[in-house]
Design a protein around this ligand. Structure first.
Ligand SMILES: CC(C)(COP(=O)(O)OP(=O)(O)OC[C@H]1O[C@@H](n2cnc3c(N)ncnc32)[C@H](O)[C@@H]1OP(=O)(O)O)[C@@H](O)C(=O)NCCC(=O)NCCS
Length: 180
C-alpha cells in the first residue's frame, strides 16, 4: 500500500456472492461513478477533488463491482506509518443491506493485512448507527472522540468517534454475508 507498493487484493468471495467481481484498485477512471454514489449516500459527501487528491497522494482506493461492471461500493485507505486509516467506506444506496459493506470492509482489511499493517483506524459519526454496527461486528472498538469534527445540518457540528481494529489477522471472509 502507498505510492509504490502494489497491494494483494486476493479475497475469496464467500459462497453465494457469485455475481461480484473481485475488488480492484480505484483509478481516476472510476471517479464519475464514485462521486455519483458518494453524493447520494452522504449528507456531506466528499468532492470529486477529494478522491483525486487521495489517489494522487498514493492512498489505496478499492472498488467493488458487479461482474457486469456496475459500481456497487468503494473504500479509501490511507497508510500512516504502521497503521491504516479507513477514510471512506460506501455502498450505493440501492445496494445497501445485502452484505456488500461487510464484504468491502473485509476486502479492505485483507488489503491492509497483505501490505503488512496490523491495525486499522477510522472516524465515524455517533449518529451513523449502521456503520458503527458494522465496524463493531468486525471487532472495531471505540478508542476516542473528536469534538465537533464533522459538519452537521444547520451549520452545527457533530463529534467523531474514533474506532480501532487491533488485529487485522482475525477477520475471516467466511463470516461474510451471502448476497442472494
Ligand atoms: C455503513 C454501510 C457501508 C453499510 O453497508 P451495507 O452494505 O448496507 O451493510 P451490510 O449489509 O454489509 O451489513 C453488515 C452489518 O452492518 C450493520 N448494518 C448495516 N446497515 C445497518 C442498518 N441500516 N441498521 C443497523 N445495522 C446495520 C449490521 O451490523 C449488519 O449486519 P446484520 O445485517 O447481520 O445486522 C452503508 O450503510 C453505507 O454505505 N452508508 C453510507 C456511507 C457511510 O455512512 N459509510 C460509513 C462512513 S464511516
Amino acid at each position: 500500500m502507498g505510492q509504490t507498493t502494489r497491494v494483494d487484493l486476493a479475497l475469496s468471495p464467500p459462497p453465494g456472492i457469485l455475481h461480484l467481481a473481485e475488488p480492484v484498485l480505484m483509478t481516476l477512471a472510476d471517479l464519475d461513478e464514485v462521486a455519483a454514489i458518494e453524493h447520494e449516500a452522504y449528507p456531506f459527501p466528499w468532492s470529486r477533488g477529494n478522491f483525486v487528491d487521495s489517489l494522487g497522494s498514493g492512498y489505496t482506493g478499492l472498488c467493488l463491482r458487479e461482474i457486469q461492471g456496475r459500481l456497487l461500493a468503494y473504500s479509501m485507505l490511507m497508510p500512516v506509518i504502521d497503521e491504516v486509516h479507513l477514510l471512506n467506506l460506501c455502498v450505493a444506496r440501492a445496494d445497501q443491506r445485502q452484505g456488500l459493506g461487510a464484504a468491502l470492509l473485509a476486502a479492505s482489511i485483507a488489503a491492509a493485512r497483505a501490505s503488512g499493517f496490523a491495525t486499522m483506524l477510522l472516524e465515524v459519526r455517533p449518529s451513523n448507527l449502521p456503520a458503527i454496527a458494522l465496524y463493531q461486528r468486525y471487532g472495531f472498538s471505540v478508542i476516542g472522540r473528536r469534538k465537533n469534527y464533522y459538519p452537521a445540518p444547520d451549520g452545527r457540528r457533530e463529534d467523531a468517534l474514533v474506532m480501532r481494529l487491533n488485529d487485522l489477522t482475525g477477520i475471516k471472509p467466511e463470516t461474510l454475508h451471502v448476497v442472494a
